[in-house]
Design a binder for this molecule. Sequence first.
Ligand SMILES: [Zn+2]
Length: 135
Amino acid sequence: MTKYQVEEIYGTTVVSSGTVVESDPMKAAEATAGQRVLPRALQDHWFRVVDEDQAAVYEYSLAGPDERPEEWTKLSDLGSPILGHTRESDAADEQESFYNCPICGQPVDMHDLRQVMWHEQPRHERLKPEIVKRS
Ligand SMILES: [Zn+2]
């Protein structure tokens, strides 16, 4: 097994990088891509695999269309929960603390100002649903 440095690149911008231990560089790229890859032609979206021991660089791109779900902004990307106000809530109250966003239709928890602020943006995507732990 060899340790490879794998970078996911759009054009010339590295969007992610990490270390993968695999038996060959193509497998390392596939582990990162989560799907089949082929040697890169001229694709804009590609993977650079560096074998530092051999000082070798390999380039791959996806064999087919990108099968991964589009990147959603996760709630946790926005930081820690910002609670508008704290109070004991019963089940009925919990229902009333949600409204449906008029832009994306997602239920918004009014108790969490992160969600409220996100959905107040004139253009936005739905947030990735997450289990919100309340202490
Ligand atoms: Zn929304």
